[in-house]
Write a new protein. Structure first.
Length: 366
């Protein structure tokens, strides 16, 4: 969930060379070409162009404005009973959630036979850019409050008690007592508006697209991982059905991403962040005025390698798109229910971080 250092890493010359001996660029030569990343205005223009040629199938709704007045837009498409929410760029310096969700949306609109079937089974709410101000400033946080929008949904007394019960089971000290008027957060307008959109849509499933740093696969390989899947809550916070479903989603995504040939999907480390957007959505967290949607989504997230460059961008986007289709196809044809959830825990762990200083130690100060 953190892009530790977007500039640390360089594009690989050949995506297949995914090991630490690969062509890393020495310190001082890492450049990020922002012109290769779609701006909020470009993403919006593409969404509207798609809507215009979709013959009414795709509807773009502006649900409000960001803290700096940029449109917050959701693409709605599909007529199925199962509702899926996909969001990207909640962290402004983690760009490719927008490119990946837009690519996914394009395929939905272009309407092959298989896609038509998917749209009969599933209704989508797709948010390529949750935090447009953050993206324009290329910062993780929003622009007005400088807070992490993925820690700004609501937590109530019941969820708080659950957190402390999980902490106790892990031998961790309880969190200090809270004033729950304050712990129902929604400081940013983005959080408020997206909560109401979520409460209105009531998605069964959510997928949240992020970037992380660059890491090894496991602790004893020389391989680099470009893609991790993760769940933002301790299993003790979830119902058994939720825990099974979100792990099945992770397995379906990993299988599909691994098929792109250059990717070895790893498991994102343990976290438990109930005030995160997709977490609060799983917990029926309270809304901005303390109201309830009485809804629990099933949600997980993708993390792409942070190193972004002209040559690596294509496959970093593609692994996300493949992962999305892996989940969606399995949902559409009903096979998701047959995925072995326990395979999730067998995915290789995300290993130690890889930096250019590891590769070029004589060029680093420490
Ligand atoms: Zn993130």
């Amino acid at each position: 969930m953190a892009l530790i250092a977007a500039l640390l890493l360089a594009p690989m010359v050949a995506p297949g060379v995914a090991n630490a001996n690969g062509p890393f660029v020495p310190p001082g030569q890492e450049t990020l070409n922002r012109s290769s990343i779609l701006s909020a205005a470009e993403v919006s223009a593409e969404m509207h162009a798609l809507a215009a040629r979709s013959k009414g199938a795709l509807r773009i709704e502006e649900i409000g404005r960001s803290g700096r007045g940029r449109p917050l837009e959701i693409a709605f498409i599909g007529t199925g009973e199962t509702r899926v929410w996909i969001q990207g760029r909640i962290h402004g310096n983690e760009p490719y959630g927008a490119e990946a969700s837009l690519d996914f949306l394009k395929t939905l609109v272009s309407g092959g036979k298989k896609t038509q079937e998917v749209l009969k089974n599933i209704s989508f709410a797709i948010i390529p850019i949750y935090n447009p101000d953050g993206f324009e400033e290329y910062r993780r946080q929003d622009s007005v409050h400088r807070i992490d929008l993925n820690r700004d949904w609501g937590v109530d007394r019941q969820i708080f008690d659950q957190i402390n019960s999980v902490r106790a089971s892990r031998g961790e000290a309880p969190l200090p007592e809270r004033n729950f008027t304050n712990y129902t957060q929604y400081r940013a307008v983005e959080s408020q508006q997206f909560w109401y959109a979520w409460a209105d849509f009531k998605p069964h499933h959510m997928i949240d697209l992020h970037h992380q740093g660059t890491y090894y696969v496991g602790d004893d390989t020389d391989e680099m991982t470009t893609f991790s899947v993760g769940i933002s809550l301790d299993p003790g916070m979830l119902t058994q059905s939720q825990w099974d479903t979100v792990r099945r989603m992770g397995v379906a995504a990993a299988d599909a991403a691994n098929k792109s040939g250059v990717v070895e999907t790893t498991l994102y480390p343990y976290i438990n962040i109930p005030e995160g957007v997709v977490s609060a959505a799983m917990l029926n967290g309270p809304g901005p005025r303390g109201e309830y949607a009485n809804w629990r989504s099933n949600a997980m997230f993708f993390e792409s390698r942070g190193g972004i460059g002209q040559k690596s961008g294509g496959y970093l986007i593609k692994q996300n798109v493949n992962g999305l289709w892996g989940i969606i196809n399995a949902m559409s044809d009903g096979s998701l229910a047959n995925v072995d959830a326990d395979r999730y825990n067998e995915l290789p762990a995300r290993g130690a971080t890889i930096t250019t200083c590891i590769k070029f130690p004589n060029q680093c100060d420490f």
